[in-house]
Design a protein around this ligand. Structure first.
Ligand code: MOS
Length: 734
């Protein structure tokens, strides 16, 4: 079988296997599913952020044309709670009169058409007994959670080391709320057949949704089927089981017909989570030679009134640099805000902005090149665990990036590089990321026609999972890619891991690796006692595969085709199951390395007009083995665009008095457009990672991380102005 070290780092950039389906409209997104007797639901949302519903009059809505039901807390049945886990679902909706955030659902209207439902929803009259919402970080009424993720870390004595350091630096950095805006409006289509529920949804974790809905409606898990063959983007918004999904299922059960619920764009701003604002204080101590002696990083982020949000902002600082004295602390402050949730690189996107900005500031204080400063403090082993990394090529990221970018042309002084009216700035950021490998299961089947079917109940959120898993399966089974189909997006398939935390490729790839190996074993078992087979008595480690055949390693002629074995033994197909769990770090003696990266950015600033343009981005990424150069490059490009959005455009504005989100449309919430996106170069370096048998890390989020600091650092280099708050908007440049 394959030995990771012997395969190419970067796999062939084959086109997406699902590309033709997407461009011909044959790919069915949640919104494309319909039923002959489909009814439609529309939501009514709270217009206050805190208090209680004092009056709810649904009579006009009830009498509105086409209306089948109006469900409120006054007539909704009691719903169960989804299980508590790292991505726990919000509490079920319509269970009381309490309002905890603006946009909380107070009613769902079901009608024959979407227009009728929307029209009737407007006729629901709600009055509130509003209380003054807690909306500010510093509101003394706000509950503060310390160390909410149990990831706070401490090594050495940062306080003492700071007090005696030759050079110290301290600053506070802030980021604002951002809202996930996948192109596909989140849609749920729910249909009941007796006590059995089928749901089409935009989830990133179908198996979690199945479990959650079973609990909410108190039915067996076997009675819930989640179908999600395609989604129009996720980025974290699809990680949790949102109240609107529960409401679609409740609406369908109430009216006894299938129901479709499509969120509007404004509803996406209150209904599928957001990246939380942060305020982060960084203290760094260093010697004159640039050696770090202490880092103290404390982050405060926001949290909705109930439930949790895994968003560690400071903890990544513990393993970013070799530094003897480090303290990292996260705090969360409960506010009357909409649900806080992962939005690409949760925590790290914000935390890296603070750390990598502070490192840049320190480089000026010390008069050391920013790249050189990072290399002087390079963490050769995991500084917190004291173990060698399972892989780390961050140094190569810096070196290759500097070369490709032309970092050596940078003049050290701010405002020293110009092109006509434009000030030019070079900035960089280093990234040491994490990923989450999760337990995952898959099956692999080889059929008599020589094709293979590999399956797992995961989602492809547009990242290329269909493609890369077909590629991987083809390689592991020794088949041509067109002969392999990877099927996903159906909870009747083996339970799959979450498409999140940059971990699906590692989780699922490992499960497929196991399934394919077991499948080869199955074939060997069949021929074990067959004296006519050249493979008789062979163990799986003694064979190689290729061209649809298994043969003895080193003797290609001593083998048999899968199809011949099936025919000879009267079988139509053979299947095998595979499961994976994350390896144990201590057992392996390796620190699990996430992907690493270096981001080099050139900005141009017109100081008279306050214009800021990103002119070039060079990203060099160590994500272990890359299964498909094309889809991985697309991931990094997409992440980089998201990072430019976070750095320069995106801000979810909450009205400080009412808690209303004031810019919940694409007209008002700015995201980058093509004209904002520069030339972007992406390269992959490093070696296959040693933490999983496939050698991959993850590319889903690292493209975004680092962009905030790299752009802010470049802006400082261009203008001499240090911007410590994202987004970097025109007003901050004047
Ligand atoms: Mo990601 S923010 O884990 O989809």
């Amino acid at each position: 079988m394959t030995i990771v070290e012997q395969i190419d780092l970067v796999g062939e950039g084959v086109d997406r296997v699902d590309g033709p389906l997407k461009v011909t409209g044959a790919a069915h997104y949640p919104n494309d599913f319909s039923f002959p007797d489909l009814a439609h639901a529309a939501l009514v949302r709270s217009t206050v952020a805190a208090g209680r519903i004092s009056r709810l009059d649904t009579s006009a809505a009830q009498a509105s044309p086409g209306v089948l039901a109006v469900i409120t807390h006054q007539n909704a049945p009691s719903l169960g709670r989804a299980p508590d886990n790292i991505l726990s679902a919000p509490p079920p909706p319509l269970q009381g009169d309490r309002i905890l955030h603006y946009g909380q659902y107070v009613a769902v209207v079901v009608a024959g058409t979407a227009e009728e439902a929307t029209a009737a929803a407007r006729r629901v009259e709600a009055e509130y007994e509003a209380t003054e919402p807690v909306l500010d970080f510093h509101d003394p009424r706000a509950e503060v959670l310390t160390d909410p993720f149990e990831l706070d870390s401490s090594r050495g004595d940062a306080g003492t080391a700071l007090a005696s350091a030759e050079v110290t630096f301290e600053a506070t950095y802030t980021t604002v709320d951002n809202t996930n805006n996948p192109l596909g409006l989140f849609t749920t289509v729910a249909a009941w057949d007796g006590e059995a529920l089928t749901v089409h949804d935009a989830t990133q974790w179908p198996v979690l949704l199945r479990t959650a809905l079973a609990r909410v409606f108190d039915i067996p898990e076997s009675g819930v089927r989640v179908l999600v063959p395609f989604v129009g983007g996720g980025f974290g918004a699809g990680l949790r089981v949102w109240p609107h999904v529960m409401l679609a299922a409740l609406a369908a059960r109430t009216v006894g017909r299938p129901v479709k619920l499509v969120l509007t764009r404004p509803e996406m701003f209150t209904g599928v989570g957001h990246r939380t604002a942060t305020e982060q204080r960084l203290k760094i101590g260093a010697g004159r030679d640039g050696r770090l002696v202490a880092i103290d990083h404390e982050s405060t982020s926001t949290l909705q009134m109930e439930g949790d949000n895994f968003e560690p902002c400071a903890s990544g600082t513990a393993y970013a640099y070799a530094c003897p004295n480090v303290s990292t602390r996260d705090r969360q402050v409960r506010l009357n805000v909409t649900w806080c949730n992962s939005m690409r690189a949760p925590g790290e996107a914000q935390g890296n902005f603070a750390l990598e900005s502070a490192m840049d500031e320190l480089s000026y204080e010390l008069g050391i090149d920013p790249l050189d400063l990072r290399l002087r403090n390079y963490a050769e082993s995991h500084p917190q665990l004291g173990l060698p990394w399972s892989s780390k090529a961050l140094r190569e990221c810096y070196e290759v990036g500097a070369e490709r970018f032309g970092w050596s042309r940078r003049l050290p002084e701010p405002r020293s590089m110009r092109d006509g009216d434009w000030l030019i700035g070079y900035g960089l950021a280093g990234v040491s990321f994490f990923w989450f490998q999760k337990p995952c299961e898959a099956t692999a089947t080889l059929r008599r026609d020589g094709t293979a079917l590999v399956r797992s109940a995961v989602t492809d959120i547009g990242t290329g999972t269909y493609t890369v898993m077909a590629q991987l399966s083809a390689e592991l089974l020794g088949l041509d890619l067109p002969r392999v189909t990877f099927e996903l997006g159906d909870t009747d398939l083996p339970p799959g891991a979450v498409a999140g935390g940059s971990g699906l490729t590692a989780s699922l790839g490992s499960a497929i690796h196991a399934a394919c190996r077991n499948l080869v074993q199955e074939f060997l078992d069949i021929v074990r006692d067959d004296p006519t087979s050249p493979l008789a008595g062979c163990a799986v480690d003694e064979v190689s595969i290729g061209r649809g055949r298994i043969h003895r390693t080193g003797s290609p002629e001593r083998g048999e085709a899968y199809t011949d074995i099936l025919v000879a033994h009267g079988l139509t197909e053979l299947s095998a199951y595979g499961a994976s769990t994350p390896a144990d770090s201590r057992e392996l003696g390796l620190a699990p390395a996430g992907p690493f990266g270096a981001k080099f950015v050139e900005v141009r600033v017109d100081p008279d007009l306050g214009l800021l343009r990103v002119a070039r981005v060079v990203s060099v990424i160590d994500a272990g083995r890359i299964l498909n150069e094309k889809t991985a490059t697309s991931q990094i490009i997409g992440g980089t665009v998201g990072g430019i959005g976070m750095a320069m455009f995106e801000e979810t504005v909450t009205d400080p008095g009412s808690g209303r989100i004031a810019n919940a449309t694409f007209g008002d919430y700015l995201i980058p457009v093509n004209a904002d996106i520069p030339d972007m170069q992406v390269s992959f370096v490093g070696r296959p990672d040693r933490f999983n048998p496939v050698g991959v890390k993850g590319v889903g989020e690292i493209g975004l991380v680092g962009m905030g600091a790299a752009i802010a650092n470049a802006v400082h280099h261009a203008t001499g102005r240090r911007i410590r708050s994202l987004p970097i908007t025109i007003d901050k440049l004047f």
